[in-house]
Design a protein around this ligand. Structure first.
Ligand code: NAD
Ligand code: USQ
Length: 404
């Protein structure tokens, strides 16, 4: 049901929920630069969690007002911003949708850190309430508006789980034979590894239902771990800089290792580092989003699922690669998570390839660029935030470390 990508597919009006975040901000700029009309919806909850945790982006991100003013100065293009909590302010969300009548709504607006979601009962409940509440409000509001709006949701590779076994992970669906010899195409079994990842599995069921019942058109992007910070748009003025999380709750592994290498801190590999994960650079995130926006599923088709992944790597191999370039050293520490010590991962990603997305891989220049940024802003880092503070099961971790 996909139309072929066209670099300048027709201009669309897009709401970007979560457009102040690490993936949302560069995507909003990318779409605006490509000629789409962009309205950001964000309640700044991520900035508030920084205050709560005593963290800050390593890069000096500006207020939303400054970001938008500077973007207009450098590009001549306007992006507007609505401060709405999509999980709690249903009426405002519905009114905005009715007023703006967007062609597409891109949904980044969730609590996305697995460690934060495991921190304690408050954070577990917040993650479920915020993520499921927001996704459900979005589905209901679109149905209530009566408009035929395409939803592009940011899901995660983690919905498939990271078992030890091999076998290629398909894009969303598998063919099965059910008892009674019934052939059926079903969502790949969900096997989440954190409360956060569980919310993405529940999102998928909500989309399946609203697609079946109300014909909601949905593209769900099962994205791998995002790394990098700048894109072609965010480098146009220092005040457009993207956020860079390095703390143990929100920093993703490769950016953390590059920051640690830049500051001479031995890299924090959890357990044996045998975990294999999927990765994508943030500028590819923005390009995939553009391709998804330009290629909505046809009316009447099922939920479209893409694996948004450039390549896979084992965590200790990444640390060893960076160590061989920088001599930073590796600190193998007790794993604060509950995950397989070693796993294989082989993922299909042909659908974005078919739409002409040509992924960047982990090349030296890109790694150097991120490390240089970390070095440049290194004096802003609080090194007490580098070591893990959230545990999947504290007693188990203490026992493994031999001090329980
Ligand atoms: P982020 O935390 O930097 O950005 C999320 C944004 O959404 C924040 O600006 C936050 O303020 C906003 N938000 C959260 N709840 C909201 C609510 N109820 N109402 C309005 N705004 C709200 O996260 P990110 O790294 O940009 O991730 C964006 C999406 O992509 C998430 O859904 C995440 O699950 C998915 N994803 C991220 C990665 C990654 O490595 N960063 C990988 C795969 C998938
Ligand atoms: N890890 C370390 N050392 C560190 C940090 C992490 O060894 O200092 C390991 C973890 O144990 C894990 C792996 O690196 O095995 C990845 O951790 P991560 O924090 O980079 O990624 P994760 O928790 O999976 O979450 C991130 C995003 C999330 C997104 C997910 C995509 O925060 O929003 O959904 O990546 S995926 O992993 O493909 O499900």
């Amino acid at each position: 049901p996909l139309r072929m990508a066209s670099a300048n597919g027709s201009a669309k009006k897009a709401l970007v929920l979560g457009g102040d975040g690490f993936c949302g901000w560069p995507t909003a700029l990318h779409l605006s630069d490509a000629g789409h009309e962009v309205v950001i919806v964000d309640n700044l909850s991520r900035r508030n969690i920084d205050l709560e945790l005593g963290c800050e982006s390593l890069t000096p991100i500006q207020t939303m007002q400054t970001r938008l003013k500077v973007w207009e100065q450098v590009s001549g293009r306007k992006i507007s911003w609505e401060k709405i909590d999509v999980a709690k302010e249903y009426d405002l969300l519905l009114a905005l949708i009715k007023r703006e009548k967007p062609d597409v709504i891109i949904h980044f607006a969730e609590q996305r850190a697995a460690p934060y979601s495991q921190k304690g009962s408050r954070e577990k409940r917040y993650t479920v309430d915020n993520n499921i509440g927001g996704t459900h409000n979005l589905c209901v509001a679109i149905v209530e508006s009566g408009l035929d709006i395409h939803v592009v949701h940011l899901g995660t590779m983690g919905v498939y789980g990271y078992g030890n076994s091999g076998g290629q992970i398909p894009e969303g669906y598998i063919d099965v034979i059910l008892p009674g010899n019934r052939e059926q195409k079903i969502l790949h079994p969900a096997y989440p590894g954190s409360v956060y990842h569980t919310t993405k599995c529940l999102d998928a069921l909500l989309f399946q239902f609203y697609n079946k019942n109300d014909g909601l058109r949905v593209t769900d992007l099962h994205q791998g771990i995002v790394w990098g910070t700048n894109t072609a748009q965010t480098v146009r003025d220092e005040r457009l800089i993207n956020r860079f999380d390095y703390d143990s709750d929100y920093g993703t592994v490769l950016n953390r290792f590059l920051m640690q290498a830049a500051l001479g801190i031995p890299m924090t590999v959890y357990g044996t580092g045998g975990q294999t994960r999927a990765f994508i650079h943030v500028s590819d995130t923005a390009r995939c989003l553009e391709a998804a926006v330009n290629n909505p599923p046809a009316t009447g088709s099922g939920v479209e699922i893409f694996n948004q992944v450039a390549e896979t790597h084992r965590v200790r191999d990444l640390a060893q690669l960076i160590d061989s370039k920088t001599g930073t050293g590796i600190d193998y520490i007790s794993n604060p998570r509950n995950e397989a010590a070693e796993n294989e991962l082989d993922v299909r990603n042909d659908k974005f390839g078919n739409l002409g997305v040509d992924f960047k891989s982990l090349d030296e220049n890109l790694l150097d660029e991120v490390q240089n940024i970390a070095q440049k802003y290194g004096d802003r880092a609080d090194l007490t935030l580098v070591y893990p503070k959230s545990y999947w099961n504290k007693n188990r971790v203490a026992a493994a470390a031999g001090d329980a």
